[in-house]
Design a protein around this ligand. Structure first.
Ligand SMILES: [Fe+2]
Length: 190
């Protein structure tokens, strides 16, 4: 006979999944709870996939941009790629510090990234400015959502990492958007 106090099947399977994930944690003297570490590792691996995707998008723009602003944009996109590569490392190494496995292969990133696909058929400087500013803006939004999640999970250090990354992304978004910006009040939020 089924007890009246038994949890619904969906809650049971969510609890079982969390338990299984916690069983996979490497032991560490880090004092964050297994529940916090499991939740943060999942969050970080998702942002890691996005970040790897973003880095390849920066290179795609760096290689293929053409037009009057070629040399400025070619260099700018490479500078952004270098910083984004550092963000990849920050995210992946935090996963391992928490006892998890950094899942950062190109195939993982392709499967999991939540970023929009970068167009392969654009060449003009304006089009690359538009496409890369979209990617930077999307990843910035995801990092800010991640800040709230890691805050709720109780990991101030991951919150700090995501804050550092989102601050850097906002700076690069400014650098890229400055090539196409209209006049104030034209459109508040593109
Ligand atoms: Fe290059």
């Amino acid at each position: 006979m089924i007890s009246k106090t038994a949890s619904p099947p969906r809650q049971q399977s969510a609890r079982l999944k969390r338990q299984t994930e916690q069983d996979r944690l490497f032991p560490t003297k880090n004092d964050l709870s297994p529940e916090t570490r499991t939740g943060v590792i999942d969050l970080l691996n998702r942002r890691l996939a996005d970040c790897i995707d973003l880095q390849t998008q920066c290179k795609q723009a760096h290689w293929n941009v053409k037009g009057p602003s070629f040399i400025a944009l070619h260099k700018l996109f490479d500078d952004i790629s270098s910083d984004v590569q550092e963000y990849v490392d920050l995210l992946a190494e935090r996963v391992v510090q928490l006892g998890g496995v950094a899942e950062g292969t190109a195939r993982c990133a392709a499967e999991r990234s939540a970023l929009s696909e970068y167009p392969l058929d654009i060449f003009d400087d304006e089009d690359h400015v538009d496409a890369l500013s979209t990617a930077l803006s999307e990843f910035g939004r995801m990092c800010r959502e991640g800040i709230d999640t890691s805050d709720e999970l109780g990991d101030a250090d991951t919150t700090d990492i995501l804050t550092e990354i989102s601050r850097g992304l906002d700076k690069w978004l400014w650098f890229v958007e400055a090539h196409q910006q209209g006049t104030p009040g034209e459109d508040g939020n593109r």
